[in-house]
Design a protein around this ligand. Structure first.
Ligand SMILES: *Cc1c(COP(=O)(O)O)cnc(C)c1O
Length: 370
């Protein structure tokens, strides 16, 4: 059993065929239509398709004015692309510990991480559960700082009824096949800020603006465009967005019911007013359970599982460069070692849930330390 299988079919195949046969392949009408579909769904004022969430985060940081040497605050527990986007701009990622209940940035630790060099606060909506944005926005407002949401996993997630990615100054979604919808590779930046959207538009395509006959290059921009081939897949996926998001949430409820009561296993938390996308269904194992051994044992039972995500300070590049101790990020460290992602996608049957639960119960029992 695989960790995730994207929901794709003839709709996506035909959409790609149509673009290829049209002879117009790069950013064009399909990208514009895909952006419009995201705007309509999320109620964001602007949406700009980009080649990935990583390039989207980088582009948004540049457009927000982040300069080399500036600091950007991020949670310690995330896919390293969150930090890499900061580093690519020559800026410094400042890691804040997480709340182990939600796996999201702990707002009670945020204010003490702000310095005079802080330029952006960048919360991550871990696995599709929105961070505590009211608390984060309050602190950001008090310090006059923009908030960039890493909403890579959170398309379709909501916070007090509003969409993830529209809760801060700007947000970025990913369309990698492990995320909510896919374009193979791709991403989207959303914002309600007109000026920021204009800067993003120029920087996305070589820093160029249209003159009477030729382009004029007003900035040293990037090529972070999404092609119409990819956007056509995304547009087809947006026709299924409700099916996909509701399907993941329904599958998560069934898996939750099947897993109830397994000793040593804490199931994902979902606060009442925050709708989780369950991009990943991530459980937390008691400290006396060897998580890596559970992954091996699940594999022998033909079920793919993996870690939750990364304590970035434990990865070689970040360890060597920043030398952050486990004691500085205790909950991040714990999540890095004890979190486990289980298979979850709408196509799973009730019998698959029972198979996962039986395998997990046995694998956990076999993986107690000492
Ligand atoms: C997947 C992911 C990214 C990177 O997305 P890409 O589209 O693959 O570049 C960034 N941040 C988080 C939290 C992610 O999960």
């Amino acid at each position: 059993m695989r960790l995730n299988i994207p929901l794709t079919g003839d709709l996506e195949v035909e959409a790609v065929r149509e673009v290829i046969e049209s002879g117009y392949l790069t950013q064009g009408p399909k990208t514009a239509a895909f952006e419009a579909a995201i705007r309509e769904y999320t109620e964001a004022r602007h949406a700009a398709a980009v080649s990935s969430a990583t390039t989207g985060l980088h582009l948004a940081l540049v457009a927000l004015g982040v300069q080399p040497g500036d600091e950007v605050i991020i949670p310690g527990f995330s896919f390293p692309a969150t930090a890499n986007a900061v580093i690519q701009q020559g800026a410094i990622p400042v890691f804040v510990d997480i709340d182990i209940e939600t796996f999201n940035l702990d707002p009670s630790l945020l204010e003490q991480a702000i310095t005079e060099r802080t330029r952006v606060i960048m919360p991550v909506h871990a696995f599709g559960l929105c961070a505590d944005m009211d608390a984060i926005n309050d602190i950001a407002d008090r310090h006059g700082l923009p908030v960039l949401e890493d909403a890579a996993c959170a398309l379709g997630g909501t916070y007090h009824g509003r969409h993830a990615g529209t809760l801060g100054t700007a947000g970025v979604y990913s369309f990698h096949p492990r995320k909510i919808i896919t374009t193979a590779e791709g991403g989207m930046i959303t914002t309600d800020n007109d000026e920021l959207a204009a800067r993003i538009g120029v920087l996305r395509a070589h820093g160029a603006v249209r003159g009477e006959l030729f382009m004029e290059f007003v900035d040293a921009g990037f090529n972070y465009r999404l092609s119409d081939v990819h956007s056509a897949i995304g547009l087809a996926q947006m026709q299924r967005i409700t099916e996909i998001v509701d399907g993941r949430r329904a599958a998560a409820q069934k898996l939750r019911a099947a897993l109830e009561g397994i000793d040593g296993v804490r199931l994902p938390i979902e606060p009442k007013t925050i709708a989780h996308t369950y991009q990943s269904f991530v459980i937390l194992l008691d400290d006396d359970i060897d998580r890596d051994e559970v992954i091996r044992r699940m594999r022998t039972r033909d079920i793919e599982t993996t870690l939750g995500t990364y304590g970035m300070h434990l990865q070689p590049y970040f360890r060597d460069r920043f030398g952050i101790s486990d004691a500085q990020l205790p909950q991040t460290t714990r999540a890095h070692h004890q979190a486990l992602t289980l298979p979850l996608y709408p196509q799973l049957e009730a019998s698959d849930m029972v198979t996962i639960a039986d395998a997990l119960r046995a694998s956990v029992a076999e993986s107690r330390r000492g």
